[in-house]
Design a protein around this ligand. Structure first.
Ligand code: ZN
Length: 311
């Protein structure tokens, strides 16, 4: 099988389960289990892992051991480790472990109300603060990814205009972010919207900025949105082992698209990821054992497709 004429032949995937996943799961996972899972994921062929976040422990107790995790993990040197920081304070905390990670993620929401509820700032206040955070991180030799939440719709405000999202992206790129991730935080995106979004984003932001899609499977449209993003020119995705994570709003919502489902689909389409699906499924199985409950990933339940069956 070969990739379609208009689709990329290979894509980059960042595994965000250890941060986006663990942060939003009800359980607090033991540090040793987190470290073992990250080390395992780092040996599946994935080249980017979001390891943890430097947030206040009273706000996100699930990631209070970020420092210990970052210190203890042992990942191959060609795997990029990223940490999420909410603000200048978070970056300074992270920089105490400079050398233990390669990339910094910063975030804000495209919609005012979501940003206010999430980080208690106006979007403009966030942009001004993040501009300084990005500059400081770049100065420290780090690559910066800026994540724009509610890029495709806001649970509080509804429609978020694309021009607004792309203007925010422009400012973040101008501040030094090498990568812009558009996040469908509560699963409101549809494939037609996504294809148009990435076509326009690429035309507006130019080839120097890497564009990344971060989809949640809240309404089961995550993989359809991946195909649409590919058609729109996007070749970088974020996903979560076991479909962990997501967003606590709306309550009970499912998580990010599952890495296993994403990798399975892409490989079936003839698109390379560099990831060994069997090894990834082993990591997901180990995670399921740690959590002691079923996970949302379809491929974990069904297993990989066996085209030689019956021969
Ligand atoms: Zn997410």
């Amino acid at each position: 099988m070969t990739a379609g004429r208009h689709l990329p032949h290979c894509v980059a995937i960042r595994e965000v389960g250890p941060r986006d996943g663990f942060q939003n799961e009800p359980e607090t996972i033991a540090t040793a289990d987190k470290v073992a899972l990250i080390d395992r994921l780092a040996r599946t062929g994935v080249k980017r892992i979001e390891v943890t976040s430097f947030v206040r422990a009273d706000v996100i107790p699930q990631l209070a051991d970020g420092r210990e995790v970052l210190t203890a993990i042992d990942v191959p040197h060609d795997v990029s480790r990223s940490v999420l920081v909410p603000n200048a304070r978070g970056l300074e905390d992270a920089l105490e472990l400079l050398g233990r990670f390669d990339e910094v993620g910063v975030f804000l929401s495209a919609s005012e109300q979501h940003n206010r509820r999430n980080v208690n700032r106006t979007v403009d206040e966030s942009l001004r603060e993040l501009s300084a955070v990005i500059a400081r991180a770049v100065d420290a030799g780090l690559r910066v990814e800026a994540i724009i939440s509610t890029s495709f719709g806001c649970p509080y405000e509804g429609v978020v205009e694309r021009a607004r999202v792309l203007a925010i992206a422009r400012r973040l790129a101008d501040s030094g972010a090498a990568e812009i991730a558009f996040a469908d935080t509560t699963g409101m995106a549809n494939p037609v919207q996504v294809r148009d979004h990435f076509e326009e984003a690429a035309a507006t932001l130019g080839a120097d900025v890497q564009l990344t899609a971060h989809f949640h499977n809240t309404r089961g449209q995550g993989l359809a949105n991946v195909l649409a993003a590919l058609e729109g020119g996007c070749a970088s995705f974020e996903s979560s082992v076991g479909e962990l994570g997501g967003c606590p709003v709306p309550a009970g919502a499912t998580g990010n698209i599952a890495s296993e489902d994403l990798v399975s689909m892409l490989h079936e389409m003839g698109i390379e990821t560099g990831i060994d699906l069997a090894a990834l499924l082993d990591a997901a199985t180990a995670l399921r054992t740690v959590l002691g409950r079923p996970l949302g990933s379809h491929t974990l339940v069904a297993g990989p497709i066996d085209w030689k069956a019956g021969r």
